[in-house]
Write a protein that binds this ligand. Structure first.
Ligand SMILES: C[S@@+](CC[C@H](N)C(=O)[O-])C[C@H]1O[C@@H](n2cnc3c(N)ncnc32)[C@H](O)[C@@H]1O
Length: 274
């Protein structure tokens, strides 16, 4: 390649440089535009908030339909249910405005891949959910709002979040807190002491691959027969895939496509039994 370029005269190399730039810029222009805008309007530094694009939501629904045997339309209805939940949006708005964290957070209530978590809770009606890694508590509220809806249909469930940060979970309050609690401390230490059967486990704490894998090993004997595990690290690590293969479980991965955002998207690793 180096020799090939050296054989082209200098003027030709400059023309080729701009030709290639013009031809390929369309692939990054959206990202650059959204990134520059975000730098000015957002206050986030981590755990970015965005919506999934419509095609991506449809693909998510199709994937969950395949896993659960439900119809794609039913799952799309659940996604619409959480995205149009005005009570939850009002709750977030109120909690952020009265929190000391308000200066660090955007008033942007989009749930990204968490709409998939929500739909699964609505379908599976789990009695016990664990989410490791709570951060502000957006996942906690999304998951417990699904439990509230399940309860209104006669299915009880309870949520446990774990977080090492004693300040984590400031959004998790009000009616949502009636359906769960946060267990503070190192996640693996908390999971070792956990003595209930887990129906839905969501890994989203320390994102090192080894820590993630240790979480799965720690809960292995605590899973109920048809438990589902969701990995929030699976776009980066293959530990949930590895755990699934080792334990006779199925594994699928859903890749996020954020709408109007520069972030390339994370995903959901899904480990389940057929
Ligand atoms: C990506 S955030 C979780 C996001 C959250 N699930 C949501 O839906 O927005 C990761 C969280 O894991 C917590 N964490 C990191 N290491 C941990 C550990 N060893 N034990 C428990 N929590 C941990 C961090 O304090 C942070 O709040």
């Amino acid at each position: 390649m180096k020799n090939f370029l050296l054989n082209i005269p200098a003027a030709g190399r400059i023309i080729l440089f701009f030709y290639r730039m013009i031809k390929t810029y369309k692939y990054v222009s959206g990202i650059v535009k959204h990134y520059v805008k975000w730098l000015f309007v957002s206050r986030e530094t981590t755990n970015f908030i965005y919506e999934l694009n419509k095609k991506n939501k449809n693909y998510l629904a199709a994937l969950l339909a395949n896993i659960t045997g439900k119809s794609i339309n039913e799952i799309i209805d659940y996604i619409n249910e959480i995205e149009s939940d005005q009570e939850l949006i009002n709750h977030f708005r109120m909690m952020i405005s009265k929190s000391t964290e308000s200066g660090k957070t955007d008033y942007n209530f989009k749930y990204g891949r968490r709409v998939g978590w929500y739909a699964l809770v609505r379908i599976l009606k789990p009695k016990i959910i664990i989410e490791t890694g709570v951060d502000k508590g957006m996942g906690s509220c999304v998951l417990t709002s699904a439990l509230i809806k399940n309860k209104s249909e006669g299915f009880e469930g309870y949520y446990y979040g774990t977080d090492i940060n004693l300040k984590a979970g400031y959004l998790f309050d009000g009616i949502y807190k009636n359906h769960g609690e946060i267990l503070y401390g190192d996640s693996i230490e908390t999971l070792k002491k956990f003595d209930k059967k887990i129906d839905l486990f969501i890994n989203d704490s320390d994102h090192s691959s080894e820590y993630e894998y240790q979480e799965y090993l720690t809960i292995k004997e605590k899973l109920s027969d048809n438990a589902v595990i969701l990995g929030d690290n699976s776009h980066y690590s293959d530990k949930l895939y590895k755990f699934s293969i080792e334990n006779g479980r199925q594994f699928l991965f859903f890749k996020e496509e954020p709408l109007n955002h520069w972030y390339p998207g994370a995903g959901i690793g899904i480990s389940f039994k057929k």
